[in-house]
Design a protein around this ligand. Sequence first.
Ligand code: ADP
Length: 254
Amino acid sequence: ALDVAHDLGRAILQNRAHEREQELMAELQRLDRYRAELVATVSHELKNPLGVIMGHVEMIESLPDLPAAARTSITAMTRGADRLSTVVDDLLMLSRMGNPDTPLERVRVDLAALVEEAADDESPAASAAGLTIRVAAYDAEVAGDPEELRRLVANLVSNAVKYSVAGGTVTAAAERRGDEVVLTVTDQGLGISEEDQRRLFTEFFRSTNPDALRRPGTGLGLAIVARIVARHEGRIDLDSALGRGTKVTVTLPA
Ligand code: ADP
């Protein structure tokens, strides 16, 4: 009888622990939904007034006989507003993609063309930083959302350029391997410590490395990349060592 009572007691305790775990999970999910809604609402509410500010700054800029000091202020205001606008757009994109009701467009997209495009876009920044960009992209068609995939490639190539050091080479490649398409972006730049690698894809995370922090950014780029890859049922691998460079590999179903 003692054994039975012991087993019964244990079963009740296990059941309680299980119920508590489920309650905690439900609470976490509720908080996560709340967080997502808050971010969506705030970014939406920021968008309109920001548009008003930018419109008026542009209007003042076009006035004749503007004093030089005012022109300097206008330039600084435009730069600030542009940065803010990028953050707001990134947040809106993240919350749109985080919403399970947002449909994913599926059309044929050639990643090779997107790689070429991203390399072209980054070439002025690359030459200014003393870098070479190499492209090795062949027929690499996937079915996906053209805007999201363009963003995926652009974010990776732009990071590779931004976190490189003079004299380095950035290599962007895309090719089909069996029933998958593999995109790799490699740089010989700052690299990422093991500790930072674990948090890299979280929103607003920026490296603790002071060299990396000196370069402008919001910490949203890789969170966007991760979300896009997940929506396309792909995977992402990171191979990086501090001071030696980084290789990001994205594999998508062809
Ligand atoms: P951002 O570049 O705007 O800071 P990201 O989300 O794109 O944001 O990247 C997060 C952080 O990861 C960056 O702040 C940087 O420290 C690090 N990082 C990303 N890509 C690279 C790279 N290719 N080489 C070194 N560090 C990188």
